[in-house]
Design a protein around this ligand. Structure first.
Ligand SMILES: CNc1nc2c(CCNC[C@]34C[C@H]5C[C@H](C[C@H](C5)C3)C4)c3nc(N)[nH]c(=O)c3cc2[nH]1
Ligand SMILES: [Zn+2]
Length: 370
């Protein structure tokens, strides 16, 4: 068995659950936030720093690594874990989302997708079989099925077509599997249409995957629409299997997703906004590069005990960022990753202690204050 999931505690008043994802490279406590390592690195962080901050399961990407440095090179390096020096479990997204969002799309056919690389414009073809071959070359512990994520907004027909193709492609991914040491998760599509989500979940549950991605969300729809879709989609999935809400999210979305029974999340936000000088604090976001912090000698977040907040001030970090000193975005990244990992630790503890609802209400009261 490559990946299995144990539920430790289910919350009495919400859909939240605390669990453990068992992988061949170690156990991961859930709910879990996966930092994103787009090009085989969590930007500006060493693997040791990600681990020490609490990162246990990181996310990398088929599309990017296929284009550069190439799947065969990483296979020759002994796989992605050895290539990037990460000994914990890795989840790779299939490239379905990126091909539709990053590359300049050429043509979608039943067979697969022709696209032009966002790097040099060269032409490529991706299919369920190709996406599985690349993920097997990378050697990730969890591979995501090659899917078609419908844009938002889109017509009912577009959402139906993308969902039905995703179901057919999920079967092809399952049939293309060659590695016994890699788990394959299916991805539920269906846009914001309940009947399409029900059909997608039915198709995928019949294929009996060890875990399920919830795709097609966080694509520009209002948050309350995303929460409504989760309200009726999560219950369609097997209770004993992990649910992964793809591309989510900010602290409020993490709390709302956990409350609806989501176990796994990934988002570029914490690391991406850190690189442009914005950090998470208990009271919401703080843009430390702004002039108002030039003589502010307090830590980024007075309530935070991360390395950055224990040793440096807003004034110093602002100076580094304005001076384009690399240390600046390293310090904001350390803080943001610590903030999100600490949030997930607090969420899990609150579920285990039975006061998750109170924790969620209290956190959001501060977070939405300004
Ligand atoms: C943001 N909203 C959102 N994301 C989504 C993703 C990508 C998840 N993150 C992986 C990713 C995506 C990019 C950026 C980084 C690195 C790498 C390329 C892998 C994270 C999705 N991925 C797939 N396969 N299918 C979806 O429906 C989907 C929907 C999303 N909605
Ligand atoms: Zn901090």
């Amino acid at each position: 068995m490559t990946v299995s999931f144990s539920i430790i505690k289910e919350d009495a008043r919400t859909g939240a659950r605390a669990g453990v994802l068992h992988t061949l490279r170690g156990d991961v406590e859930t709910p879990v936030f996966m930092p994103v390592g787009t090009q085989a690195t969590v930007k500006t962080m060493t693997p040791r720093e990600v681990w020490d901050l609490g990162g246990r399961l990181i996310l990398s990407n088929t599309y990017h690594l296929y284009l550069r440095p190439g799947a065969n090179l990483i296979r020759e390096a002994g796989g992605l874990h050895r290539f990037m020096g990460w000994t914990g479990p890795i989840l790779t997204d299939s490239g379905g989302f990126q091909v539709f969002s990053l590359a300049s799309l050429r043509r979608i056919e039943e067979e697969g997708v022709w696209f032009r690389s966002h790097i040099d414009g060269s032409e490529h073809f991706f299919s369920p079989e190709k996406a599985m071959a690349v993920q097997e070359a990378l050697g990730s512990d969890i591979a995501m099925a090659f899917d078609q994520c419908a844009p938002y907004p889109c017509t009912y027909e577009e959402a139906r077509e993308a969902m039905e193709r995703t179901s057919r492609w999920a079967l092809r991914c399952k049939e293309a599997r060659r590695r016994e040491d890699q788990a394959l998760f299916g991805i539920v599509q269906g846009g914001v249409h309940r009947d399409l989500r029900e059909k997608s979940a039915k198709d995928l549950v019949e294929l009996d995957f060890p875990g399920y991605g919830i795709g097609g969300l966080s694509v520009g729809e209002p948050k309350d629409i995303m929460y409504q879709v989760l309200d009726y989609t999560v219950p369609l999935l097997p209770r004993e299997k992990p649910r992964y809400l793809m591309g989510v999210g900010s602290p409020d979305c993490l709390l709302e997703g956990v409350a609806r029974g989501v176990d796994m999340f990934d988002c570029v936000l914490p690391t991406r906004i850190a690189r442009n000088g914005t950090v998470f604090t208990r009271e919401g976001k703080l843009v430390v590069r702004n002039a108002e912090y030039a003589r502010d000698f307090r830590p980024l977040d007075p309530e935070c005990n991360c390395y950055t907040c224990r040793h440096f001030t807003r004034a110093y970090i602002r100076h580094l960022i304005k001076a384009n000193e690399v240390l600046g975005i390293r310090l904001t990244t350390v803080h943001n990753l610590h903030f999100v990992f600490e949030l997930m630790r607090n969420i899990r503890r609150a579920i285990l202690e039975g006061n998750f609802l109170e924790y969620k209400v209290a956190f959001l009261a501060h977070w939405n204050k300004n």
